[in-house]
Ligand binder design. Structure first.
Ligand code: FAD
Ligand code: DHB
Length: 394
């Protein structure tokens, strides 16, 4: 006999989407539970995003989880683009009338959200096995196994915040959903190290050997990426091999001043563009990576996920407080407009900065021309800056 429970909103997945949604609903007095496949420690061990748009920071403020972010996050006025051996700055603050981004690791944000949820006594079930969703056209139910027992949660709505490989999108009948996808023929090998960042701003590098990115987590912790082939294994790269390859791809000044050290983490991420339409199926709403993936070059994935969550939280609050359903009805279309803008920006950044495995010199010449354009034309630089900081309302 399954152990039964009832909540207003059942959230599947305790990544940044599920946790922030849970927090916004909890603050609005809407009772919710999060059901997560992995342990909290596993979720915190995944090193992912690092760049937050101002609108994401504002949302975290509103959710009451941004105190540490304001103490420890690094505000960046711009970013650097390196190509042809030289570095060029794109100044977001000047080009966008004062907008900036904040560098704060997804791991730290996730930790802040988890701790707040724990302190406020809102429930999260970690290590929930065989999670399944049912009845979202009428009476939604989430089922799972935990410690050998079967559990069932009845609810008004299900939020599918379980990422690209999750169960919620996969539970939608094939005839009700369309997907659009592009898989890139390369990945990113990332390395985290307790070393000071090579530059005060991120450096996005286009190099004949392939893309590289110099990022950071704090004044003493760096995050670097190099473009790699899809079949690359992180274990087959020694730290020395990584640092040597990174030094070859960055500009000479960065290569000279880069401080290297042992890695804390190394991993390979594939690059993918993906959108599922619509994002709502009756009483099931998808949010974040469950509905869409962008290649990481534009630093958009986490920001897009939190934008979905803001719209979903507003729609659910409006429903519970005023009985209005128009925001629930427009949720999918409202999200997808921003999603496709971010898809375009991320694909464009990816094409401009990476070496295409089957590309030729013509492709390289086009990339360099585009890079010269975005670093010299005010109009082109403003377009990049507006998209990067999230002024891309459409
Ligand atoms: P996820 O973080 O994937 O969380 C989903 C959760 O659901 C997970 O905890 C998972 O364990 C759980 N789950 C999965 N299946 C089930 C199931 N069956 N049952 C229950 N739970 C389940 N974005 C940016 O904005 N800026 C960046 O700088 C940036 N850099 C990135 C760099 C890299 C290398 C990568 C890989 C990504 C980057 N991103 C970036 C993207 C960003 O990390 C994601 O968009 C973000 O994690 C999405 O959050 P989410 O909560 O929607 O999904
Ligand atoms: C980081 C990741 C990104 O995808 C990006 O565009 C910038 C920074 C990071 O992990 O720091």
């Amino acid at each position: 006999m399954a152990q039964a429970k009832r909540v207003q909103v059942a959230i599947v997945g305790a990544g940044p989407s599920g946790l922030l949604l849970g927090q916004l609903l909890h603050r609005a007095g809407i009772d919710n539970i999060i059901v997560e496949l992995r342990s909290a420690q596993y979720v915190l061990g995944r090193i992912r995003a690092g760049v937050l748009e101002q609108t994401t920071v504002d949302l975290l403020d509103e959710a009451g989880v941004a105190a540490r972010l304001h103490r420890e996050g690094l505000i960046h006025d711009g970013t650097q683009m390196a190509f042809g051996g030289k570095r060029h700055q794109i100044n977001f603050r000047k080009l966008t009338g004062g907008k900036t981004v904040t560098v704060y690791g997804q791991t730290e944000l996730t930790r802040d959200l988890m701790e707040t949820r724990h302190e406020e006594g809102a429930p999260t079930i970690y290590e929930a096995l065989d999670v399944s969703v049912h009845g979202f056209d009428a009476k939604p139910v989430v089922r799972f196994h935990k410690d050998g027992a079967e559990h069932e949660i009845g609810c008004d709505f299900i939020a599918g915040c379980d990422g690209y490989h999750g169960v919620t999108r996969a539970s939608v009948p094939a005839a009700a959903i369309r997907t659009f996808e592009r898989v890139y023929p390369f990945g990113w090998l990332g390395l985290l190290s307790e070393t000071p960042p090579v530059s005060e701003e991120l450096i996005y590098c286009n190099h004949p050997r392939g893309f590289a990115l110099c990022s950071m987590r704090s004044p003493t912790r760096s995050r670097y990426y190099v473009q790699c082939s899809l079949d690359e294994k992180a274990e087959s790269w020694t730290d020395q091999m990584f640092w040597d390859e990174l030094r070859r791809r960055v500009d000479p000044e960065a290569a000279e001043s880069m401080v290297t050290g042992p890695s804390i983490e190394k991993s390979v991420a594939p690059l993918r563009s993906f959108v599922a339409e619509p994002m709502r199926f009756g009483k099931l709403f998808l949010a974040g990576d469950a509905a869409h993936i962008v290649p990481p070059t534009g630093a958009k994935g986490l920001n897009l996920a939190e934008h979905d969550v803001r719209l979903l939280a507003d729609a659910l609050i409006d429903w519970y407080d005023h009985g209005r359903r128009d925001l629930l009805d427009s949720y999918s279309a409202d999200c997808l407009r921003r999603v496709w803008r971010a898809e375009h920006f991320s694909a464009w950044m990816t094409a401009m900065l990476h070496k295409a495995p089957n590309g030729d010199e013509f492709d390289e010449k086009l990339q360099l021309s585009q890079l010269r354009y975005v670093t010299t034309s005010r109009a082109a630089a403003t377009s990049l800056a507006e998209n990067y900081v999230g002024l891309d309302r459409v």
